[in-house]
Design a protein around this ligand. Structure first.
Ligand SMILES: N[C@@H](CCC(=O)N[C@@H](CSO)C(=O)NCC(=O)O)C(=O)O
Length: 220
């Protein structure tokens, strides 16, 4: 019988976007349910009682939590098309290492770019660029992190791209200058992969979202 696939999501979330891109890569129809994180739905609280965070994939009533785990689950279940992982175990392990690095470092280091000032802000600027440079090093001269094909690590990082304008605007950074090969990769993903261009929001919309959020918190 037909799979029932629901995604508890938030349009601006780079983590929710990961699940959307993976589902689009596989061509899986799903219901996208937008959450209001200030007023979490009963469904979210039931489906992710531990972290109470989005995204949550609900597949035939069963919840899968944590975006990197959701992407791997999607690849495992719908394994007859558009593989998201290399076959080679070492290449897989390397991809998982860098997604773990992104989840440990990138989100935490990005936030102070638009929530702090002074020395803290200056330190965040330097650290953030260093992290992007390490990722650019891992990409090297390959078209995608997965080599010739767009895969798990590409999905995990490209969903930060709609936030890059926010990071550049408030972080006073110019990524074209700092990590040109990484920006070229991001543009390649958007130009060549409909699963990306059809699911990522406009960076202008994310900037407006952050502006509103900062105003509410009295930053502006
Ligand atoms: N490690 C997790 C992070 C999800 C997350 O931060 N979700 C946020 C919204 S996006 O920033 C969230 O749901 N926050 C709700 C809350 O913290 O109350 C993942 O990769 O899925």
């Amino acid at each position: 019988e037909k799979d029932e696939v629901i995604l508890l999501d938030l349009w601006a979330s780079m983590f929710g976007m990961r699940a959307r891109v993976a589902l689009a890569e596989k061509g899986i129809p799903y219901e996208d349910k937008e959450e209001d994180l200030k007023n979490k739905s009963q469904l979210l609280l039931e489906m992710n009682p531990i972290h109470k965070k989005i995204p949550v994939l609900i597949h035939n009533g069963k919840p899968i939590c944590e975006s990197s785990i959701i992407v791997q689950y999607i690849d495992d279940v719908w394994n007859d098309r558009a593989p998201l992982f290399p076959v080679d175990a070492y290449a897989k392990a390397r991809a998982r290492f860098w997604v773990d690095f992104i989840d440990k470092k990138l989100y935490q280091t990005a936030r102070p770019l638009f929530t702090t000032k002074g020395e803290e802000h200056e330190a965040a600027r330097i650290e953030f660029v260093d992290i992007l440079k390490l990722l650019e090093g891992e990409l090297g001269d390959k078209p995608y992190f997965g080599g010739e094909s767009f895969g798990y690590l590409d999905i995990s990082l490209i969903t930060f791209y709609p936030w890059f304008k926010v990071y550049e605007t408030y972080g006073k950074l110019d990524f074209e200058n700092e990590v040109p090969k990484l920006i070229a990769w991001a543009k390649r993903c958007i130009e060549n992969k409909e699963s990306v261009s059809n699911t990522l929001p406009d960076s202008a919309k994310v900037v407006a979202f952050v502006q509103g959020w900062r105003k509410n918190l009295g930053f502006e």
